[in-house]
Design a protein. Sequence first.
Length: 153
Amino acid sequence: MMWHLISRLLRFLAAKPLLPREQLEVYDVLAPQLRQLFFRQRHEDQRHALAVKRWVEGVPELYEAALLHDVGKTESDLGAVARAFATVWHGAGMQARSRWHSYINHGAIGADLLEDRGASALAVAFTRHHPGPTPTGIRTDSWNALGEADERG
Ligand SMILES: [Fe+2]
């Protein structure tokens, strides 16, 4: 848990904004109503999402989930350190409020946004339920591939 948090923090701090060709790579695979959700993420989250997409390269039905699964983090607008604190706080069973609360609930927030904009059932489910067991109606191989890519990304 702690190593996981630290490695995530380091990747966040090292993340560079997407290059134009990388932006185009995203633009090409997302429907117009979903692109905006991707590009209004902090650049660190865009970088992570693109890394997740690249771990599932060659399986186009996973791209939307890979690129959009963390869009619910935008609302809380927390930096790396506050995210780590919010996670530890929540993990210790403490009640999180306002932006921390929003960060802890980013899965549900993002899934609602994606559902409103007609994202795939897989993208909505992964956003809402990751990390966790495969929900009913979702293929286990897709779910596991996305989960592993999210860990690595
Ligand atoms: Fe993620």
